[in-house]
Design a protein around this ligand. Structure first.
Ligand SMILES: [Zn+2]
Length: 453
């Protein structure tokens, strides 16, 4: 072999080794978590005195007879219940509509709050949600110019702490989306975008789905029936087929019984909002395994009415009785100055406002184990990440939380999250946020071993 080729091969080997190292970071030291009680939400059972070993971002072992390696950092949660992080399966991180000045009209929020401002709101909301134990959010539309996708990238690249974000990009709808713009705003100022993408014909639907996936979506959101002209079964099937090419599943916003039936007939993955669904829809969804993100708003001093709440509770109860795959979902994207803790007078965080949706689940009389399954296992399935996150088992990402009580006995135990680990890093300990290790001066993580959206 010539000297020159030997040198070239050596250079190639060095470069390849460098790339290999960049793609597979050093696993780092071991952390051993002593869990007094470890919940498996899938089965609704708890096991005593387990040790969870974590190395790098992943769980490497779980059991009662594991050897804790010398030099491991030990986290003692032996007086606590450990469980997977929680999932809000339908929210909008980059939208906060208010009573003042916009009278809860998010059409005006969109005009008044810029994309950069909404991106910062989303980043703050992510930290507040993590503080309450939500390690995954499906972020499905109304996010200005891809705030949701940017937040996903920022968290994945290691810029700041936040939940795993499953973004949809702008909601795809037929002419008008959820807005009723004036002709001049619609025709002369193209005001629909980026809050919605107008897609009417099959070609436009395909283009819209592809653009969202190109710009970082991990799920696709359709406005099924936001307008009387809505989407047909064939339109929805087309979107599902196109989304599948990019590894995305489809959620449909549904607000009429006819729209619900079209979404079910098309075999959609998720239906958003329970308010227009009938018992017959629930029966069909259970049969087809269609997930429900019901967005079950509780009646509180800061939101809702007694009458609306009664209906919400009855709808959730029926979906549960019919065995629809339920997720915990909120649409928690608004704010007013009554959002304070009545005892302390302190502002409720976005995480506390989110966990307060438990009020609806309790009013519907749904057993704690089923609520917990909706908040974890079903959420991970609806987010389509159950093969890598959720189960507390070797090989899965270490996204864990701990509470003093037992949520299988009393679901309100989840209101007191004292410990949060995200991607193997401690975010909260002894009830105090300790996020310093999550902040970096650059994109220190290379998700999936490559720099892509
Ligand atoms: Zn929504």
């Amino acid at each position: 072999m010539k000297k020159r080729s030997v040198m070239l091969i050596s250079v190639a080997v060095v470069i390849a080794a460098g790339l290999w190292a960049a793609q597979r970071p050093e696993p780092g030291p071991v952390t051993a978590i002593k869990a007094g009680r470890l919940i498996d939400p899938e089965t609704g059972t708890a096991a005593a005195n387990h040790v969870i070993l974590v190395q790098g971002e992943k769980i490497t072992g779980v059991g009662t007879d594991l050897n804790i390696p010398p030099g491991a950092t030990v986290i003692d949660l032996s007086q606590m219940t450990v469980l997977p992080g929680l999932v809000d399966a339908h929210t909008h991180m980059g939208l906060t509509y208010k009573e003042q000045p916009e009278n809860n009209y998010y059409y005006l929020t969109y005009v008044m709050d810029s994309t950069p401002l909404r991106a910062i709101q989303a980043a703050s909301n992510g930290i507040q949600l993590l503080d309450s134990g939500f390690t995954v959010v499906r972020d499905v539309g109304n996010n200005a110019l891809y705030v949701d996708a940017a937040l996903r990238q920022a968290v994945e690249q290691g810029w700041l702490p936040g939940p795993t974000v499953i973004p949809s990009g702008p909601m795809i709808g037929s002419t008008g989306g959820q807005f009723w713009p004036t002709p001049e705003m619609y025709k002369q100022h193209n005001i629909m975008f980026p809050e919605y993408i107008d897609a009417n014909s099959p070609d436009e639907i395909v283009r819209a789905v592809r653009e969202n996936m190109l710009f970082g979506a991990r799920t696709i959101k359709l406005c099924i029936d936001c307008k009387p002209w809505g989407y047909s079964v064939e339109d929805i099937e087309l979107a599902i087929r196109e989304a599948a090419k990019g590894g995305c599943k489809v959620e449909g916003h549904v607000q009429t019984a006819e729209g619900a039936q079209r979404a079910i007939d098309a075999g959609i993955f998720i239906i958003a909002h329970n308010s227009a669904l009938t018992p017959e829809h629930h029966r069909q969804m259970a049969e087809k395994g269609i997930f429900l993100t019901g967005t079950d708003t509780p009646f509180t001093p800061y939101r809702g009415s007694e009458r609306a709440f009664k209906q919400t509770v009855a709808n959730l109860r029926d979906a549960w009785e019919k065995k629809v795959p339920l997720t915990f979902s909120t649409d928690m994207d608004y704010w007013n100055d009554r959002m304070k803790d009545p005892k302390t007078g302190e502002w409720l965080t976005r995480g506390e406002l989110t966990i307060n949706f438990l009020l609806t689940w309790k009013a519907a009389g749904i057993p704690s184990a089923d609520v917990l399954r909706a908040m974890t296992t079903n959420g991970y399935k609806a987010a389509d990440i159950i093969t890598e996150r959720g189960p507390i088992k070797a090989g899965f990402f270490a996204d864990l939380i701990a509470v003093p009580g037992n949520p299988l006995d009393d679901i309100d135990a989840l209101r007191d999250v004292r410990f949060v680990m995200k991607n193997g890093m401690v975010f909260k300990k002894d009830g105090i946020m300790t996020p310093a290790k999550f902040f970096h001066p650059g994109p220190v993580r290379m998700p999936n071993g490559r720099w892509t959206r």
